[in-house]
Write a new protein. Sequence first.
Length: 168
Amino acid sequence: MDASKTLTCLALAATLLLVGCATSPEAEQQRLQQQASIAEILSQPLDPAEYGEVKRCLSDLEFRSFEALDDRHILFKGRRDRLWINTLRGPCSDLRFGDVLIVRQFSPARLCDMDSFEVAEWFEWPWYRRWPWRWGLDWGVGMRCTLGKFQPVTQEQVDEIKAVIRSR
């Protein structure tokens, strides 16, 4: 009798967890509309002579900082006011909560399409991660996410994307 009660309680807890994680159809529709609006902004053609082509990799010397725009898009800011949007391979919910990308690079000194990364706070990586402060644990490091290609954009496109995200 106790086993069946335990099993019933576990099934009920699992169901409640799944229901709690579910999104409403309206929220999902709004998210899809936002992604479509961003894709439309990014589809605006730019002069390749002035802005360059979509890149598979960015050299560490080409960019100086990044900004998470939402859970799918990262803005990389480069020298001479160059800007690139990286549309991630999948959503990365931790992007909004971190300051540092811990990248698992395949190519030294470059960020490339298909490189994976984790998001951490500034004080989690790299300075305060050493013994005895951390004891070898990975607290403070987020989920693993994967980079996409680097698309050159204008400041106006970035402003439009930020407006779309704020309107949500």
